[in-house]
Design a protein around this ligand. Structure first.
Ligand code: ADP
Ligand code: MG
Length: 225
């Protein structure tokens, strides 16, 4: 048992270092992205090279962001937050990406507010990751519905349903494993981060998918953290 404890302490040092590195990468990365975009507007040739640079920088950005979501800065700081507001701010954040991809984000809430004890930034990252996956699953566009249900006395659930390509049944067991991706420029970290964060909130994630029809991800969270 003592050995297990030492092992977990070692892991947490490695985890802390990784989180520190991710944090340090973020600022220089932001300036690289900014200046690449700027140069693209100033230079009239080589646009295809700038586009490749921007796609690759964006990929690094996603990895760093998803990684940082795993890092706990201190002990978890659970506070009371309104999940309706959290979801609304995530949808605002993703609106541009949705429009570009011809996707309509349609949200419905069964109450004006749905307060729960949580780490709001972590939950934001979960909804960003899941809604992004929904958008990315619909290359020809479509509708993604986000439905919040707080009618249960103990649990708030949020269902995200897309009309995308779906997930073949034989791949379901791999979802949420680190670096599992079927996308050309995916990180394969998004769902893993979601599972970790929701586990940290003592909630659960249920995923059901019908290839060619779409996917539903249901996130259930206890109201009292
Ligand atoms: P990434 O998005 O970087 O590939 P994720 O961990 O977010 O990594 O997702 C892992 C894989 O799960 C995706 O590559 C995709 O194959 C599958 N997936 C996740 N969500 C959906 C969805 N809504 N529709 C279809 N496939 C999905
Ligand atoms: Mg993803």
């Amino acid at each position: 048992e003592e050995e297990a404890l030492i092992q977990s302490e070692k892991l947490s040092v490695v985890g802390q270092m990784a989180a520190g590195i991710a944090h340090e990468i973020r600022n220089p990365l932001t300036s690289l992205i900014g200046f690449s975009k700027f140069l693209k507007t100033k230079i009239n040739s080589y646009h295809e090279y700038f586009d490749i640079m921007l796609v690759e920088l964006d990929r690094i950005n996603s990895i760093v962001q998803e990684f940082m979501a795993l890092a706990k800065p201190q002990a978890n700081q659970f506070r009371r937050h309104d999940l309706v507001k959290t979801i609304q701010s995530v949808l605002t954040l993703l609106e541009t990406q949705a429009v570009i991809n011809n996707v309509q984000l349609v949200a419905s809430y069964d109450a004006e507010s749905a307060v729960l004890l949580c780490e709001e930034n972590q939950l934001k990252q979960v909804f960003v990751n899941v809604v992004k996956n929904a958008i990315e699953a619909m290359p020809k566009g479509g509708t993604t519905r986000i439905k919040l249900d707080s009618s249960d006395p103990d649990t708030i659930s949020v269902a995200i349903t897309d009309q995308g390509i779906g997930i073949p049944e034989e791949l379901l067991p791999f979802l949420g494993g680190p670096f599992f991706t079927t996308k050309e420029s995916g990180t394969g970290l998004g769902l893993m981060v979601c599972y970790r964060i929701i586990e940290g909130h003592r909630g659960k994630i249920d995923l059901s998918s019908y290839p060619g029809i779409g996917t539903t991800v249901v996130i259930s969270l206890p109201k009292n953290g």
